[in-house]
Design a protein around this ligand. Structure first.
Ligand SMILES: [Zn+2]
Length: 227
């Protein structure tokens, strides 16, 4: 009887609990006038880099698409021209990290906020008028403590996850075709897609996959927006 009661309580708790949020997606992409609008947000982490970011920007310019770049602060000083180009071409810039060293930044809430602040300063040194509260956890927020997440939220940042991924950072050696397939598969039939991509060093296949990703989702009625 006790066991049966326990099962009923568990079943009730399961039924009453809200559906799980999509992995790592804390904020919605863009502002759609109605839920039927199909919106696609391309997001790029780990730039700016000399080898990848300009190529990504060339494609976005050619396709007339705007994206969001979550940048690494320590890479900015020698690439201020690239950061300006991101801004000048209408893309959105968010904070990713200054160092991208997990051990350091996730050591404590104050270490994390310090890292975020350093990245903010690096961006502001180049773009003094920049004003954004977009933030993306290096490695994503899955598995991080509430203390860390609460600290970021209390500091006024919007945590930006993703609900689709080309898996370009976790599939070394994957071809552009495979990255494209990953993007399509993970986006599924979602009306609002936030796709994780990278513009770090060595992401040549991401560059090659990008025009195909844009064409595929554009053909399916998505409009591209920044976060
Ligand atoms: Zn990253």
């Amino acid at each position: 009887m006790i066991r049966l009661f326990g099962s009923l309580v568990l079943a009730a708790a399961f039924l009453l609990s809200p559906p799980l949020a999509p992995a790592s997606l804390s904020i919605q992409c863009g502002a759609a006038p109605d839920p039927q609008t199909k919106i696609f947000c391309l997001t790029f982490d780990d730039g700016p880099t000399d080898s990848t970011t300009p190529k990504i920007l060339d494609i976005l310019q050619e396709e007339n698409v705007r994206a969001t770049f979550f940048v690494i602060g320590r890479q900015i000083p020698r690439r201020s021209q690239i950061l300006r180009r991101i801004r000048d071409e209408g893309h959105s810039v968010g904070i990713h990290t200054y160092s991208h060293e997990y051990k350091k930044i996730y050591a404590s809430a104050s270490a994390l906020l310090d890292d975020i602040q350093r990245c903010r300063k690096a961006i502001l040194n180049v773009l003094p008028e920049w004003d954004s509260d977009l933030y993306r956890f290096p490695g994503g927020e899955a598995g991080l403590s509430d203390t860390l997440k609460d600290a970021v939220k209390s500091a006024g940042y919007k945590i930006c996850g993703w609900n689709a991924s080309a898996e370009d950072a976790v599939s070394p050696g994957a071809t552009a075709d495979e990255l494209f397939e990953n993007a399509v598969k993970s986006a599924g039939t979602k009306n609002r897609v936030v796709l994780l991509l990278h513009d770090g060093v060595g992401y040549r296949e991401t560059v090659r996959a990008l025009p195909r990703i844009i064409a595929y989702f554009r053909d399916r009625g998505y409009s591209f927006q920044t976060l």
